[in-house]
Design a binder for this molecule. Sequence first.
Ligand code: NAD
Ligand code: UDP
Length: 324
Amino acid sequence: MSRLQRILVTGGAGFLGSHLCERLVEDGHDVICLDNFFTSQKSNVAHLLEKSNFELIRHDVTVPIWLEVDQIYNLACPAAPGHYQYNPIKTIKTSVSGAINVLGMAKRCGARVFQASTSEVYGDPEVHPQPESYRGSVNPIGPRACYDEGKRAAETLFMDYHRMNRVNIRIARIFNTYGPRMHPFDGRVVSNFIRQALAGQDITIFGDGSQTRSFCFRDDLIEGFLRLMQNEEDFTGPVNLGNPAEYTIKQLAELIIELTGTSSQLVYQPLPQDDPTRRQPDITLAKKHLQWEPTVPLRDGLLQTIDWFQQVDIEQYRPPTPNY
Ligand code: NAD
Ligand code: UDP
């Protein structure tokens, strides 16, 4: 395989996708970023437009497209609960039809294809921490199902294309990741708390704040993506990518209060339905096959994220585009 590749990144204008595109462009690859801007905006990749090895296509991944590429990273899908529940039918179509379309392209081109799966495939887990062998506890008819079941079906499609058509696949199960360029109004816990803290508003804890999450800084995650995609051991995954350091939501709120020096107060609101109580990746497989583990402590990653939120004009960010 030649070192420089033609690489398609679906969802490439999003939070993770834009950082991935940036890294691939820096490494000299020919990068095609495909996005319908449902939960993102061109400003995330505007700085790449002048590069001769970067191309931007406005397109919806549920609609087939004919491109010639060597690698595909399939990230197109709203990721925050508020975004994916905005139009749940579209969310599941994006996961399922999007997977079918990228897999068809990979099969035709002989391309290697990466799927951005999620810790949500474990649902509200009964096993802790979660290894890849755990099959999950997902409510198939709840408000999160459009996302969770869509991602589970996409994993099924990836494995079946691999077994039946020998498509070279890679599946990463991503745990909560944060960093600069998160959508300020995506309703996710890190963006909400930082935005509220910087504005001196109440910090909204859902439930009693004892539920846990494990937060990975985006640079660590993107490194994991590249190692999985470049791995020549024929290691398909699924592999957990996330930071095993586990925090309660209340601890996260208190840390953000400390780091921003805000006078914001904690307020408690009802816990959303099917909100997972605990989440922590078992990253044994990633360590073994990818020699990967996160290096950025939560405090350092949050400081970089807070710095970014202070610099951007968050009024420029749109809520999800209507009619998707
Ligand atoms: P994001 O919302 O910032 O990025 C998703 C991108 O996909 C956006 O640019 C959006 O406009 C685009 N998109 C959505 N539907 C599309 C469609 N039908 N056609 C074309 N483009 C479409 O979210 P993110 O956090 O960058 O997540 C990227 C991927 O990683 C998603 O697949 C998500 O499920 C997965 N993931 C993220 C996390 C996390 O913590 N950030 C955790 C688990 C999984
Ligand atoms: N959460 C919260 N306050 C907020 C936003 C989220 O307490 O303003 C909680 C949410 O209920 C969940 C956790 O933070 O328990 C993480 O939520 P997020 O939406 O970031 O991601 P999830 O891991 O649930 O997909």
